[in-house]
Design a protein around this ligand. Sequence first.
Ligand SMILES: Cc1ncc(COP(=O)(O)O)c(C=O)c1O
Length: 433
Amino acid sequence: MERDQIALGIDELPTKWYNIIPDLPEQLPPPKEPETGPSRMEFLAQVMIKECLSQEMSSERWISIPEEIRELYIHMGRPRPLYRARRLEKILGLKKVRLYYKREDLSPTGSHKTNTAVAQAYYALKEGKTTLSTETGAGQWGTALAYAASLLDLECVIFWVKSVYDWKVDRKTLMKLLGAKVYSSPSMETKTGKEVLSKNPNSPGSLGIAISEGLEYAETHEGSVYCLGSVLNHVLIHQSIIGLETLKQFDLIDEKPDLIIGCLGGGSNFGGIALPFIGEVLQGKRECEFLAAQSLAAPNLVKGEYKYDFGDVGEHTPLLKMYTLGHKIEMVPIKADGLRYHAAAPIISLLRHHNIIKAVAYPTDEKTIFEAARTFLQGEGWLPAPESSYAIRAGIDEALKAEKAGEEKVICMNISGHGFLDLIAYKEKLELK
Ligand SMILES: Cc1ncc(COP(=O)(O)O)c(C=O)c1O
C-alpha cells in the first residue's frame, strides 16, 4: 500500500518547544525604547501575560510544554499529519520532485493559530486573568483565541480589521458562537480607533491599527491581558510544535526536505515549520533551503528595510529590529488578509538578513494564488485558506522549476489553514457563477 499520510501517535507529541535564540548566527537585536514618550517595555509588562514575556526574553534552547497544554494540543488533534501530495504531483506531471505538506488546517478553528492561542489562554488563566483581548486580520487568530478562551472559561474581546470583518460573515458568526465580543477595527471603543476614524471615516483598517486597539483595551480594562498571534518570539516558540512534529515525520519515512515553504505575514506560521529545521542547519546537522511566500500588498521581506520600527500604528510597542515597510504604511486590501502586516518577526528578519531565508511576493490581484488553490483542491481534495495558497503557489512554481531542470528535489509546504469559511473569496476571485 502506498501511504500518503505520515501520522505520529499521541505519545510522540513533542514535550518541549524549540527556541532558536541560542542558535542564531548573531545575537538578536533587543527591543528598544523610542526616544520620546513613556516606556513601552513597562507598558507591555502591564498588559501582557507574564510567562509569555519571560519566554520572549528566554535564551533556553528547549522550553517544557506544560502537561495541561499538551493535553489541550492532543484534544485539538495534535500531532497533525504530514502528507505526500501524490495527486498534486500527478496533475503537475512531476517525476523527479516529491511534494509534501503539513496539515495545520485540521485545527478546530481552521489554522495554525490555535497552537499559541491555547498556550496563551492557559498562562493567562494561571495568572488570574479573566479576559483576553486581541486583534485579528484574516479572522483566523481571533477565532483561535475565542476557541482557546472558551475552552478555558475566559472572556475574549477581538478587534477585527474592517476590510475583512465586512466580508467574512461566517467566521464572525463562529467567533460569536464561541462567546467572543467582536469589534470592527478601527472602532469607537478605543482612542486609537476614534483618531483613525476622525481622519478617515472609511478606513479599511490594518493589523497595525487593530493591534493598537487590542493593547489599549487591555490597558484600560481590569483583569484583561493582551494576546498577540504572531511576530513575537514567544509566539514563534509555541508554533515550533509544527516543525518539531514535521522533523519526526520526515525521519519516520527516511526523507530529507531540500526546501521548506510557508506563507508569511508576521512570520509565525513560516517560523513554526521552518525554525526547528533552520536550527539543525545552523548546527551543521542538515542542509535545507527556506522560502517565505508573501503578497506584494505587504512584501516586508522582499521590499522592506532592516531597521528598528514599531509593531503597531499607535506606537504602543517598543521598537523591534525587523524588515519593515514602515508602521504607518497603507496597504491595499487583499483576500489573504492575514499576510497584510508591515513587518516580519525579528527572528525571521535576522535570518533573512543572513540570507538563510529567501522570500517571494505575488501580485495583489491574487489570480495565480487562487488558481493554485483550485489545482490543489482538485488534486488533494480540500480547500486551503487564501493565505496558505501563497505557499502552494510557491511550492508549485519551485516544483515545476526543479522538474524542468531535471533536479531531484523534496519540497515541503506548510499549509497554515483551510478555506471553507472563505468561499466568498473563491467565488469572487475565480469568477464562479
Ligand atoms: C491561514 C493563515 N495563514 C497564515 C497567516 C499569516 O500569519 P503568520 O505570518 O503570523 O503566520 C494567517 C494570519 O492571519 C492566517 O490566517
